[in-house]
Design a protein around this ligand. Structure first.
Ligand code: MN
Length: 315
């Protein structure tokens, strides 16, 4: 199995414009990553020709991502706000197509941030109808959409892999996939084997982030378990590293992601360390390595006591 290893560009750059994007692409390639994920909160923001040239120069693959703002929440029960979300996503899909991105991912199913209450059936219906049209536009450009499963403080619509699969099924388009993230899974899921298992064949993208958004291995995320679960599931897609530290992002993003303190300060050292951790975890998950086998016994040994939780969990 060879998974492309990626890095989110905002790990490497604080501000965001064309020069920063070009620098991020070059830095990601210099560290040794295969793929860079470029944030696209505003599809007009970047000189796409210049960014595409940097991608060509380095040979890096590219994905795009965003979180929807509250005034363009595609899941809103207010049709004007939902339509604004759909328009924004269509613009992002068009721009991502010009970058020849394979995937537009992130919190594209609802506004990214703390919601005042649970999602309603109207929110679910608005999101699935809007995303179906965005998926058709993406499909015509050969692109997939990834619905990122995030914790309860960043979406009220999709907090678990099982819910994401239900939304993918409701959208009913082949190019819509589930996007898992270990930072969020660590809050909401039973464990990596269960979350990956819940995705079935719908898993299309994975973010790896530590429990406090810092160096891999500095928190409670089970990276080895995740990578073994991915290997057992036959996941061959990209795995992209994310980390965020208050002083290393804009104040606006720090507020959206509730980044109140610094957990790292040297992005190149952090990125280099993360790539080494990912490669080590992938090697440990290769067939023939002790504990890495694809058998159910391997799963039981890796996740003692968790097997029974699946039956008792609500869908
Ligand atoms: Mn993420």
């Amino acid at each position: 199995m060879h998974n492309q290893l990626g890095i989110h560009a905002l790990v490497l750059e604080r501000e965001w414009d064309t020069d920063a994007a070009v620098r991020a692409v070059r830095r990601a390639a210099a560290v040794g990553y295969d793929l860079v994920e470029l944030p696209m909160f505003d599809p007009e923001q970047l000189d796409l020709v210049a960014v595409r040239a940097a991608l060509d120069e380095t040979g890096l693959a590219v994905n795009c991502s965003l979180g929807l703002p509250f005034d363009a929440d595609i899941s809103s029960a207010n049709p004007e706000i939902a339509a604004a979300g759909e328009r924004l996503l269509l613009g992002v899909v068009h721009a991502a197509g010009r970058l020849r991105a394979g995937l537009v991912a992130g919190v594209i199913h609802s506004a990214m941030g703390k919601h005042p209450g649970p999602a309603t059936p109207a929110n679910w219906e608005a999101a699935s109808a809007g995303l179906r049209r965005v998926a058709d536009a993406a499909g015509s450009l050969g692109m997939r959409l990834g619905l990122e499963v995030v914790n309860r403080y960043e979406s009220n619509l999709v907090n678990t892999a099982a819910t994401a699969v239900a939304l993918v099924d409701a959208i009913s388009r082949e190019n819509v996939v589930v996007h898992l993230d270990t930072y969020h899974m660590n809050i909401e899921e039973r464990g990596p084997f269960e979350a990956v298992g819940d995705c079935g064949d719908k898993l299309g993208y994975v973010h790896v982030g530590e429990s406090a958004r810092g160096y891999l291995g500095s928190g409670s995320v089970d990276l080895t378990g995740l990578v073994r679960a991915l290997a057992q599931a036959g996941y061959t897609g990209a795995i992209t590293f994310e980390a965020f530290s208050r002083s290393r992002v804009t104040p606006a993003l720090a507020a959206t992601l509730s980044l109140w303190r610094d957990v790292w300060d040297d992005p190149v050292d952090l990125a280099t360390h993360a790539l080494a951790c990912l490669r080590t975890a992938l090697r440990a998950a290769e067939p023939g390595v002790a504990g890495a086998g694809p058998s159910p016994a391997g799963r039981a040994a890796s996740a003692p006591g968790r097997g029974g939780a699946a039956a008792g969990e609500p869908g």
